[in-house]
Design a protein around this ligand. Structure first.
Ligand code: ADP
Length: 255
């Protein structure tokens, strides 16, 4: 067992929808400071796996642990308290609010209370707000959106929204960051920037789960790759090992 202390570990996880096994006995470990890529054809269970780790779904068998502690099923802010942040395939943002305000919401979640509460409640002290604003600017600068802080979020381009989502997730100072197809709809140059950003985040010690169709990005930046097929591990290893794995090449990468 090569599991590192402090990792998120899935052991023999099973989850069905209407009798169909979306995840069928999956083992997976996301380690601090590492980028773990999760690839596989449509319907192979990638997003469901991410949702299990997020606590949206309770597995019907198997375990999900952080270190030695079981991760309970619960609302997103419960996971936030554990230091687990995520982004969605479709960015979920408040269009009428500014880019900066959208990022500040991510920090408000870091405390207690729900997403909605954090939107409605005014900060107790101006100093809290000033700190939140400062952290949010920092997060925006990290993802390269510092210049757009005061723009309304619904004026941003698709690619900018994807980076904004990551900035908001960073406000949790996550120990783990789960990214659901962050490269979807991005240009080659934007994907290159995304890759650099994800590597920079992992170098700070954050464990990253990267669910992604974009094979080049996976092979460029991951420390470890798991290939799913029909809810099971088809292969796992370093990008170099996966690239030449015969079953992966024939079943997934083609030719
Ligand atoms: P991927 O992300 O690899 O495309 P998913 O995790 O979305 O795969 O889906 C895995 C399987 O589970 C698919 O067969 C899908 O149809 C099914 N599935 C996923 N979510 C649900 C749901 N909420 N209800 C019913 N079936 C679902």
């Amino acid at each position: 067992d090569r599991t590192t202390p402090g990792a998120i570990t899935l052991k023999n996880v099973v989850l069905s929808f209407g009798g169909v096994r979306a995840i069928d006995g999956l083992d997976l470990a996301i380690e601090p400071g590492q980028v773990h890529g999760l690839i596989g054809p449509n319907g192979s269970g990638k997003t469901t796996t991410l949702n299990v780790i997020c606590g949206f779904y309770r597995p019907e068998a198997g375990s999900v642990t952080l270190g030695t502690k079981p991760l309970a099923v619960g609302a997103p802010h419960t996971r936030a308290a554990e230091g687990i942040a995520r982004t969605f395939q479709t960015p979920r943002l408040i269009g009428e609010a500014s880019v900066l305000q959208n990022v500040m919401v991510g920090g408000a979640i870091r405390g207690q209370g729900s997403f909605v509460e954090s939107l409605l409640s005014l900060p107790r002290h101006r100093r809290d707000e000033a700190m939140l604003r400062h952290d949010a600017m920092l997060a925006l600068n990290i993802v390269g959106l510092g210049g757009l802080a005061e723009v309304r979020a619904d004026r941003l381009q698709h690619s900018e929204l994807r980076f904004l989502e990551i900035a908001r997730a960073l406000m949790l100072r996550p120990r783990f960051l789960l990214l659901d197809e962050p490269a979807a709809g991005l240009s080659v140059e934007e994907i290159r920037c995304l890759g650099l950003l994800i590597r920079a985040i992992s170098r700070q010690g954050t464990g990253v789960l990267l669910v992604e169709h974009h094979a080049d990005l996976i092979f460029d930046i991951c420390d470890h790759v798991t290939v799913l097929n029909l809810g099971r591990e088809l292969a796992a290893g370093t990008p170099a090992e996966i690239r030449v794995h015969s079953e992966v090449v024939s079943a997934y990468l083609g030719s």
